[in-house]
Design a protein. Structure first.
Lengths: 388, 292
């Protein structure tokens, strides 16, 4: 190109371009400062205050953070009778059964159930051994010893445990999605239809699918128990109304909902794997498994990484599904961290405390993302590396 | 495998391989269609329940095809709740935020891809950082901010932040504009076109695939939003259909036929969009996922 313009105007052109450039990015940048960076810092500041929005905010120092991290592990051996030093047991509701009377108790029937008494080692009551105002997060009893994990805000730690527990649905779903994607990655009739069917649950509003699954999981009249019964499996699952099964139930729905997305991304990545790689593997005499192990899996590792990281970030912020389906119950068995933040912030108007909880979650997510990127260096294989 | 290679193998081995491939293919079909059927069961169950009389849902074993087949629950939902209004609200919110997001994000994406200005690199890095920050961290202060502005229970809090663009759309736009040929703006510059004219009349007409992708993904995403609408939209007149449906669960406890009719209404618009634009939506998701 021939430059006809004088130098002076070249400089003013550069300035003009800079001004227009800044103008074009102004809305997006303003959005970033107004709705991301600003609130993020404000949130950190708020976490050091006590504020219910009604009265003026009070500086609270590290009180909120102190409450969050007031955690203790208490070890208690089996209780003993103070006078005789005998070990104590608990039979049914009856505490403080001395070891000498144990055999006698085991002969008798529980007045409640009518069955023989079940006796186990007795321990002091939780509130006698835990610091004041602490609740139980988790407990382990082994060989006449008991460990209690207690915390001031025990519900938050339970919620964190639940959230992490339910993250297991991410790798499980990904494994299933990969299998489906590999099978679907052939010249099959109806492939597009199948792809659409698998993806459908992901595209529909989570509120609607949550209401549907609420009805599916209904213990008496839900279709799940009926279908299980009709193929000869136990049909008495309490699903969402049982502390033991509520998390797996939510995970089942979560996998159903995310499967299509993960499959779609895997399928797109599979189609990008160079055919020569497979041809070379076949010539080397590689069977189905070895082709998967040495060609497919390494080629897909960036995709696996992407799905894992986004799935975890998404999973850590799970809210709509447990909110609609269980409200965090039964007990606290399906409460998630975001539900806790929501409750503290918008139901109890504890803005300072909720901000601290939100920051805690944000930092956890960030740390896990960073850790994922670190680990990725070991196992993720990017195509351009092979040319280096 | 190439033909040359295949002809090297003895004939029997070829026949074996072909039979093995056929068996594998048949198994694939059986597996895939079974799974597809399982994936769809929740929808059959929803449909079936929504057309049953209230007492029919407690009949065991459950009837898949309702007899009698009634539409009453759809009328109940339509008349006794604001769900119709919710559909309008959801559409309005999804539409306006998506259009606004596309306008601001493509403009900034264009600038980051094709223009030179100081602090460009660091600014882009800063904006991309937003993608790494979990939304939950900003929730409480933004709520307080919107409270101060007296915007609680208005559309503003669920629309305005998106109008200023999203990092996802910005990232995708910049990627797209970076890939267009250099000659495009050179000719326009010689003609003395302004930067905005170049963006508007030279680049945007090329960006149809980008705009379509951003539109579909943004629209679906906004329609499915739950937490922010739940917090900000209090009165039924302005609630989204998702929030309304969640509230109905408390009103129609155990009235599963009505709730399933509600769920059906809440997902129908998206279902229709999906059926019509199925191929395009799937390609958009796959495309953006690979870029992400």
């Amino acid at each position: 190109m021939i430059r006809l313009r004088p130098r002076l105007s070249q400089a003013s052109n550069t300035r003009r371009e800079a001004l227009w450039g800044w103008l074009f990015i102004l809305p997006v940048t303003a959005g970033f400062f107004l709705f991301v960076l600003g609130p993020m810092l404000a949130s950190l500041a708020l976490s050091f205050t006590k504020w219910d929005l009604l009265s003026p905010a009070e500086w609270a120092g590290t009180t909120n953070w102190h409450s969050i991290f007031s955690v203790s592990v208490v070890h208690t051996p089996q209780a003993r009778d103070e006078a005789s030093g005998e070990l104590l047991f608990q039979c049914g509701r009856h505490r403080n059964v001395p070891a000498s009377e144990l055999a006698d108790w085991q002969q008798r029937n529980d007045e409640r159930s009518g069955e023989p008494f079940e006796c186990r080692p007795g321990y002091p009551r939780d509130r006698e051994v835990l610091p004041e105002r602490f609740g139980v997060v988790s407990e382990v009893s082994l060989f006449g010893n008991r460990w209690l994990l207690g915390a001031r805000d025990h519900v938050l730690w339970i919620a964190l445990f639940n959230t992490v527990y339910m993250l297991l649905a991410v790798p499980i779903g990904m494994a299933l999605a990969l299998a489906v994607a590999i099978v679907l990655n052939q010249q099959l009739r109806g492939r597009n239809l199948l792809r659409a069917v698998f993806y459908l649950p992901n595209v529909l509003p989570i509120a609607a699918t949550s209401v549907i699954w609420l009805w599916i999981f209904n213990p008496e009249f839900g279709i799940l128990n009926h279908l299980l019964g009709s193929i000869g499996l136990p049909a008495n699952g309490r699903w969402l109304s049982d502390q033991g099964t509520v998390k797996p139930s939510l995970m089942i729905m979560g996998i159903w909902s995310a499967l299509g997305f993960q499959m779609l991304i895997y399928l797109a990545a599979l189609q990008a794997v160079p055919a020569q790689l497979y041809e070379a593997a076949v010539i080397d005499g590689a069977g189905l498994w070895n082709r998967f192990r040495f060609v497919t899996w390494p080629s897909l590792s960036p995709t696996t990484f992407f799905l894992l990281v986004t799935g975890m970030i998404f999973g850590f912020q799970s809210f709509a599904q447990p909110y609609i389906m269980t409200r965090g119950g039964p007990g606290n068995a399906s409460r998630t961290v975001v539900m806790e933040i929501w409750k503290n912030g918008f139901a109890d108007l504890e803005m300072g405390y909720a901000s601290a909880q939100a920051w805690l979650l944000g930092v956890i997510i960030l740390l896990i993302t960073v850790a994922n990127f670190r680990l990725a260096r070991r196992w993720v294989f990017y195509e351009h590396e092979q040319h280096v | 495998m190439s033909e040359a290679l295949r002809s090297l193998a003895p004939a029997t081995q070829q026949a074996d391989a072909r039979r093995q491939a056929q068996v594998l293919r048949a198994l694939s079909y059986i597996g895939l269609f079974t799974l597809a059927f399982i994936v769809l069961i929740p929808f059959f169950w929803m449909l079936s329940t929504s057309f049953k009389p209230a007492r029919g849902i407690f009949v065991m074993p459950p009837q898949w095809i309702p007899n009698p087949f009634i539409l009453d629950h759809y009328f109940t939902i339509w008349q006794k709740t604001h769900l119709a209004r919710g559909l309008v609200n959801s559409t309005f919110i999804a539409l306006s935020t998506t259009v606004g997001e596309i306008a601001t994000s493509t403009l900034a994406g264009f600038a980051f891809a094709r223009m030179r200005f100081p602090a460009k690199g660091p600014l882009f890095g800063l904006l991309l950082m937003t993608m790494m920050i979990p939304g939950i961290v900003t929730l409480i202060p933004t709520f307080i901010l919107f409270g101060e502005l007296d915007w609680i229970d208005t559309f503003n809090p669920v629309i305005l932040p998106y109008l200023l663009g999203t990092p996802f759309a910005l990232f995708l736009s910049r990627q797209f504009f970076s890939g267009l040929p250099r000659e495009l703006e050179d000719a326009a510059k010689v003609d003395g076109a302004s930067f905005f004219q170049i963006y508007r009349h030279v680049f945007m007409p090329q960006a149809r695939p980008l705009v379509a992708t951003l539109f579909v993904l943004g629209y679906l995403h906004r329609w499915n939003d739950f937490l922010a609408p739940l917090i900000y939209l209090r009165s039924p007149e302005i609630q989204t259909v998702s929030v309304m449906l969640a509230r109905l669960v408390d009103f129609y406890v155990q009235d599963w036929s009505v709730l399933m009719a509600g769920a059906m209404i809440a997902l129908l618009p998206i279902l229709i969009i999906f059926v019509v634009l199925q191929r395009f939506i799937i390609e958009s998701v796959a495309f953006s996922g690979l870029k992400g």
